[in-house]
Design a protein around this ligand. Structure first.
Ligand SMILES: Nc1ncnc2c1ncn2[C@@H]1O[C@H](COP(=O)(O)OP(=O)(O)OP(=O)(O)O)[C@@H](O)[C@H]1O
Length: 257
């Protein structure tokens, strides 16, 4: 069997003795768009933070393209190719869209995140390259025409696309997104869905954590369903939608081992 791009292997995490994620196994293939869904408190954001490195992994392993990353801090994982778009992430006010996107490249280069935010001096050539890659990332998400506008002047849908551009600027092999469609109106969701389809066509591997089941199940190759920290179903959107355990979890009747 071919090695997946991401392997989550037997990962558990407890807060104060209560498991938020329990013995979770997930393999994500190269080029796949994987949705991770589940009712409130299922463990989705905890899993996101365990893969991204915002939470320490004490049990289990996380492997990216054959390399164990679970002992590495978040910035090292970013450099190895794990890009993240946090739930409810804010844009940096007082900076242009281009400068916001550039932060994503600074996060994985010598200048670092602080250098980007506080404009510490970085090497001129590196700065030029970062500016160029930020322009490319903006073009990739359809924001080329917005580059020099103040980021806070962008409508919410475009601000969400800007967060994706910021993550793309770090040249991820795997992009993790936590509830990217939250708070968006129907037209903005459709635009975001089109963007994800384009990114997928370009070969990017994505894991999209979502509360809005309809939004992700139409995009995903495969869907992983969490409930009370465990994987209760996995498969194509159609298979998962028809799974009685999934229906029960969403109806709150609590079907789990
Ligand atoms: N920092 C924390 N401290 C204590 N408990 C936490 C913490 N973060 C999450 N939890 C608990 O872990 C469980 C899983 O939470 P998590 O946020 O991962 O779920 P989720 O599926 O993302 O939920 P939602 O869809 O509501 O965002 C919940 O019971 C939650 O209360």
């Amino acid at each position: 069997m071919t090695e997946p791009l991401l392997r989550v292997d037997g990962v558990s995490h407890a807060f104060g003795g209560v498991y938020a994620v329990r013995e979770v196994d997930i393999d994500v293939a190269y080029g796949e768009l994987r949705a991770v869904i589940g009712p409130n408190g299922a463990g989705k954001s905890t899993l996101f933070n365990l893969v991204g490195g915002q939470l320490a992994v004490r049990t289990g392993a996380i492997v990216l393209a054959g390399t164990r990353v679970d002992r590495l801090p978040a910035h090292r994982r970013a450099r190895l190719g794990i890009g993240v778009v946090f739930q409810g992430a804010r844009i940096f006010r007082g900076m242009t869209a281009l400068e916001n996107a550039m932060v994503g490249a600074h996060a994985v280069t010598g200048g670092g995140f602080a250098g980007a935010v506080f404009r510490l001096p970085v090497h001129r050539r590196e700065e030029r390259e970062i500016r160029q890659s930020a322009r490319e990332a903006l073009a990739r998400v359809g924001l080329a025409g917005w580059a020099d506008r103040p980021a806070e002047s962008l409508p919410l849908g475009q601000q969400r696309a800007l967060q994706v551009a910021r993550a793309l600027c770090g040249r991820p092999r795997l992009l993790l997104l936590d509830e990217p469609a939250a708070g968006l109106r129907a037209a903005e969701r459709d635009a975001l869905a089109r963007l994800f389809e384009e990114l997928k066509t370009s070969g990017l591997t994505m894991v999209v954590i979502e509360h809005d089941v309809a939004f992700v199940t139409r995009l995903a190759d495969r869907v992983t369903v969490l409930d009370l920290g465990r994987v209760i179903a996995e498969g194509t959107p159609a298979t998962v939608r028809a799974d009685p355990a999934v229906v029960a979890a969403y109806l709150g009747t609590g079907v789990h081992a």
